[in-house]
Design a protein around this ligand. Structure first.
Ligand code: SAM
Length: 223
């Protein structure tokens, strides 16, 4: 399909299947007003993240790459009252917008945004003995993907789910000679999975409002 048709199908999916969520709508408006780039997951993808988290009974969720907290709010919708979501963001402005959006969504202390380079925050979390995450959503700078995957493995419980966004990039991942650091980082992620016997993974291509891309789904086996 062309992008317009795929976006129209996304709108149909949303109209039929997705509950109206005023906080998500308000978050997109607040992000735009603050000048954040519109690179959040789509509504249908966000709902998929929510349902996956709910289906595995996730109580502790880690997110790498908050932006304005759109996907964070989707994940929050799956969390029980005593659940906990930690989201990592480099840009203080993005984090500040996200905190307001999360408050508006009724996070009620369950969601925390930590500001800084994600790899430093992840290393600090490992050093502090934080862990036991049921689910990780990796959606930040793509050159960091391998480091984020390795750190996530250290922070997850056995049986956890890791999801990585943007692993297809309109097919650009086929280009072994690409000098695009996002493609190089994504290809390195595929290579890393093959080297990690604890991991079982697949990648699903997506089309829609956010063009041709894909999610990688990873199951973390016992150590
Ligand atoms: N997950 C968000 C959503 O769907 O609503 C979108 C995240 S956006 C694609 C990527 C975010 O990662 C941006 O806000 C960017 O500032 C952040 N980022 C980039 N490099 C980072 C780093 N080294 N550490 C932490 N966050 C980073």
């Amino acid at each position: 399909p062309d992008n317009l048709q795929a976006a129209a199908v996304d709108a149909y999916i949303a109209s039929k299947l997705l509950p109206v969520d005023r906080a998500l709508e308000a978050a997109l408006a607040a992000n735009a007003a603050a000048g954040l780039p519109p690179i959040d997951v789509s509504a249908a993808q966000g709902r998929m993240l929510e349902l996956l988290a709910r289906m595995i009974g996730a109580r502790r969720i880690l997110e790498v790459g908050t932006l304005g907290g759109y996907s964070t709010i989707c994940l929050l919708r799956a969390l029980p009252k005593d659940g906990c979501l930690i989201s990592l963001e480099l840009e203080p402005l993005h984090a500040a917008v996200a905190v307001r959006n999360l408050d508006n969504a009724g996070a009620g202390g369950r969601a925390q945004v930590r500001v800084g380079a994600a790899i430093e925050t992840l290393e600090a979390m490992i050093a502090a003995g934080e862990g036991d995450f049921d689910m990780v959503f990796i959606d930040a700078d793509k050159p960091g993907n391998v480091a984020y995957l390795r750190a996530s493995m250290a922070l997850c419980r056995p049986g956890a789910m890791i999801i990585v966004d943007n692993v297809v990039r309109e097919g650009a991942i086929l280009d072994a000679d690409s000098d695009d650091p996002r493609v190089i980082g994504t290809r390195a992620l595929f290579d890393e999975i093959a080297l990690q016997p604890r991991l079982a993974a697949t990648a699903i291509q997506t089309v829609g409002a956010k063009h041709w891309d894909g999610f990688m789904l990873i199951h973390v086996g016992a150590a």
